[in-house]
Design a protein around this ligand. Structure first.
Ligand SMILES: [Zn+2]
Length: 348
């Protein structure tokens, strides 16, 4: 059998040989949200998750507090850094992460339940359909469609977790979908997009009057982002292009005829910060030596080092998991969680 890592190695090493500078656009000197030129560096970091090479900077706007990747990735850069994350070599890991998110999924369902009974729902950024799988148990009579840039969404349809899959960019598929949906959801989607205003325009367009848009995003105003620094999962470089303060999102929705009916901050918190920061630290000390984008091939020494470091880290991971849950109990009573949810209704 062909080693899947070895099969990918030629692609990555060829791409890397051409240089990674081409994966970044020129730096912009104004805020993409409000146009202000008052920018400062919020964070400099690297790809702590996959350990692909490259350096990334998040800047913050002094006027509206928006945080964004600057310089941002080119489309070729996005292809390079997303490759083998949600599918290919990364599929198993990504699905494990989605499957462990049940608490958030129930939180989303509960939020919608208080306002409406969905009939036709589009989940934008549906991935493998893990959320829709749960939501359709709650509303068996509703139709669930999923849209994603990754082929994962076709797998979601094959599994029967969604009714119909749309593979591609939301903004280019929008004319096909206009006015069709009474619920549209974007869970951890908008922060990945290059032009979030275009995405919100598209969402407003495909909703029927009185329909609901549910958005869940990492909260850039969380105190945890300051505490954990570059080791905080929600910075998620280089994938996250925009980190949107909640009041900016509410205003952008209002500008599109969508009135916010509910906001959840503490309640939407995901108890992962300590556990994941420890995983990222262990990954930094001993990455999987087989990863095909690393500059050198795996050796006996690098393999032993990986095994030993992760075995030593296991008890610490258990402690981190328990502490995360304890922290979650506290944070859910505050507004300082790592995630927020906004539910908005399309006005008549
Ligand atoms: Zn701004």
């Amino acid at each position: 059998m062909t080693d899947p890592y070895e099969a990918c190695r030629l692609y990555y090493q060829t791409e890397l040989a051409s240089g990674i500078e081409r994966f970044l656009e020129p730096r912009r000197d104004t805020c993409p949200w409000c146009g202000s030129a008052s920018l400062s560096i919020r964070l400099r970091t690297t790809d702590l998750i996959q350990r692909k090479p490259g350096r990334f900077t998040l800047e913050q706007c002094g006027a509206c507090r928006h945080i964004f990747q600057n310089p941002r990735l080119t489309p070729a850069g996005l292809d390079f850094y997303y490759r083998d994350f949600y599918d290919g070599l990364g599929q198993e890991q990504a699905e494990k992460a989605f499957a462990a998110t049940g608490r958030s999924y129930r939180g989303r369902v509960d939020m919608i339940k208080r306002f409406t009974t969905p009939r036709v729902w589009l989940d934008v950024g549906a991935g493998y359909g893990h959320f829709c799988r749960l939501a359709r148990e709650v509303w068996p009579g509703a139709r669930f469609d999923g849209l994603d840039l990754s082929v994962s969404v076709e797998e979601a349809q094959r599994r029967g977790w969604i009714d119909r899959s749309y593979l591609g960019e939301f903004v280019t598929l929008v004319d096909k979908l206009a006015g069709r949906y009474d619920v549209v959801s974007m869970h951890h989607y908008l922060e990945h997009t290059r032009e979030p205003f275009d995405e919100l325009d598209a969402a407003a367009k495909i909703l029927s009057t009185g329909g609901y848009l549910l958005i869940e995003l990492p909260d850039p105003e969380s105190l945890l982002g300051h505490l954990f620094g570059r080791w905080w999962l929600p910075w998620f470089q280089p994938q996250h292009q925009h980190m949107i303060p909640v009041r900016n999102l509410i205003q952008a929705l209002a500008d599109r005829g969508l009135s916010t009916v509910a906001v959840e901050r503490g309640e939407a918190h995901q108890s992962v910060d300590l556990f994941v920061s420890l995983v990222l630290a262990l990954t930094a000390i001993a990455p999987d030596p087989q990863l095909p984008w690393l500059p050198t091939r795996a050796t006996r020494v690098s393999q032993i080092r990986h095994t030993v470091v992760w075995a030593a880290g296991r008890p610490l991971l258990v402690i981190a998991y328990l502490l995360d849950n304890l922290l979650g109990h506290i944070v859910r009573r505050t507004r300082g969680g790592n995630t927020y949810r906004v539910l908005a209704r399309k006005d008549g």
